[in-house]
Design a protein around this ligand. Structure first.
Ligand SMILES: Cc1cc2nc3c(=O)[nH]c(=O)nc-3n(C[C@H](O)[C@H](O)[C@H](O)COP(=O)(O)O)c2cc1C
Ligand code: SF4
Length: 457
């Protein structure tokens, strides 16, 4: 199994002018559509299944299987929806694809349409992605002009239309059913499942919702073959993978790697840790995945190995943090994000995210008490698995995992009455909350202590 950096799906990124259809066509562009037109829809799905492509949006659900669930016999229109919302903190692998090689996604959407007998596709794009919006608008127009889209796709007699829809930048609209509500013009909030979108999705019609990278991968599989795709990774996690690497590395950015590469190599790929600092903790796939300690960096980057290590592959957003970073401050920032983005539909998430932020904030500024740690875990326990969608579950991951590996750091904040890293100045004006759930008495704030230099034991 070859590991390390690859240029499988990103090989056109640096080709001058590839966002233009002439250049794209000169670099194997729309070859996947030609091949797909020569196959039966079921054959396209079968190849995707054989390749073992797993969804790149977070959950890793097999794409071919997902497509085979889309009901074909309802007499209703079938829709292909691309989830281009990419709102998870730390995640930036879809936006570069759309900005630099937009036809790749347009081509993938056409192939997905042919595989599912759909006549209409939608790309639901995060509204803030202005450059991606411009690139896709031009690519879609050019694809219509060349006959890849429209009433008669490449003279095949098949119709396929593609529409770009800009969202308004709510993280919850990346959740597939909230996305569908938003696309229908309603407030984006998750729907009760079942029914799943494959049976009743957009406008109550059979629908697939797939991530940008999942969809863009399919023409490559058709063109280069299943063995080509499977040359990377493992039986259960084959293929190349686009990553966004960020945090305290010298060269944060967008990389493409072979699945199965040890995570430690990603740090090296991104230029190593800033100032040769020690890797303290890292998130494998965005802020909703449990963090892992630096000592776990030898794990292979596959769905199964990361899960065995206690986390999730998530969105391909690897964030690396050094021994100079405060884990409480980091987790607080993410929790504030979830508090802000909670859609408010269900109580444990709406109320719980507020309380989690409050408690974490008071620990971080030095006003926390020992009982706060159990209170945090108790709250997480009352959120995880009891909420309507994965946003609520995800918000507990950084908290429970950081308490698992760095409880001593939380305790140090409480003991010293300040952030030992100086990440946040000590404050005494944070309201002291009654810890009703566990009946604990909140201790009066300790006397503020002088800050020490960050990193000092
Ligand atoms: C709060 C929340 C936000 C999400 N945001 C995205 C997103 O921006 N892009 C994405 O592809 N999937 C996102 N997902 C996952 C989608 O619900 C869905 O699983 C995914 O689009 C399926 O695509 P795939 O099968 O190709 O992975 C999000 C899920 C949740 C709960
Ligand atoms: S878990 Fe949070 S984001 Fe999801 S439906 Fe409930 S309130 Fe909304």
């Amino acid at each position: 199994m070859s590991t390390g950096q690859v240029h499988a799906m990103s090989y056109r990124y640096d080709v001058e002018g590839v966002a233009d259809i002439d250049v794209y066509e000169a670099h194997d562009g729309y070859e996947g559509v030609r091949i797909a037109l020569g196959l039966q829809p079921a054959e396209i799905i079968e190849r995707v299944k054989e390749a073992g492509l797993r969804g790149r949006g977070g959950a890793g659900f097999p794409t071919g299987m997902k497509w085979s669930f889309v009901a074909q016999d309802t007499g209703k229109p079938i829709y292909v929806v691309c989830n281009a919302d990419e709102g998870e903190p730390g995640t930036f692998k879809d936006r570069p694809l759309m900005e630099r090689d937009p036809h790749q996604l347009v081509e993938g959407m056409i192939v997905a349409g042919l595989a599912l007998n759909a006549e209409q596709g939608y790309i639901y794009l995060r509204g803030e992605f202005a450059a991606a919006g411009r690139a896709l608008t031009k690519a879609i127009r050019q694809a219509y002009e060349r006959g890849y889209l429209g009433a008669d796709v490449m003279g095949s007699g098949k119709r396929y239309d593609l529409l770009l829809h800009r969202g308004a930048g709510a993280y919850i609209c990346g959740e597939e059913t909230a996305l569908l509500d938003s696309l229908e013009g309603r407030r984006g909030q998750p729907r009760l499942r079942p029914p799943f979108p494959a049976a009743k999705g957009l406008y109550s019609c059979p629908t697939t919702v797939n991530n940008v990278e999942s969809i863009a991968a399919v023409p490559f599989i058709l063109r280069n073959g299943v063995d080509w795709w499977r040359q990377w990774g493992t039986e259960k996690s084959p293929g190349p993978k686009l990553l966004g690497i960020s945090g305290e590395v010298n060269a944060p950015g967008n990389y493409e790697v072979a699945m199965g590469t040890p995570v430690r190599e990603f740090v090296e790929l991104a230029g190593g840790m800033v100032d040769d600092r020690e890797l303290k903790f890292w998130f494998p796939g965005g802020s909703s995945t449990p963090l892992l300690p630096g000592s776990a960096a030898d794990v292979e980057y596959t769905f199964e190995a990361i899960m065995e290590a206690g986390s999730l592959l998530g969105t391909g957003a690897l964030m690396f943090y050094s021994d100079q970073t405060c884990v409480v401050d980091t987790v607080l920032r993410f929790t504030e994000f979830y508090e802000h983005e909670s859609c408010g539909k269900c109580t444990p998430c709406r109320e719980g995210s507020y309380w989690l932020s409050q408690i974490l904030r008071r620990i971080e500024v030095g006003s926390g008490s020992e009982s706060d740690l159990d209170l945090l875990l108790d709250l997480c326990d009352n959120i995880f698995g009891r909420v309507f969608c994965a946003l609520g579950d995800g918000m507990t991951s950084p908290i429970t995992s950081s308490l698992k590996y760095f409880r001593d750091e939380y305790e140090r904040h409480i003991r010293e009455g300040r952030c030992p890293f100086g990440a946040t100045p000590p404050r005494r004006d944070i309201p002291v909350l009654e810890a009703r759930t566990v009946g604990a008495t909140v201790a009066p704030p300790a006397t503020p202590q002088p800050l020490k230099v960050a990193g000092e034991a």
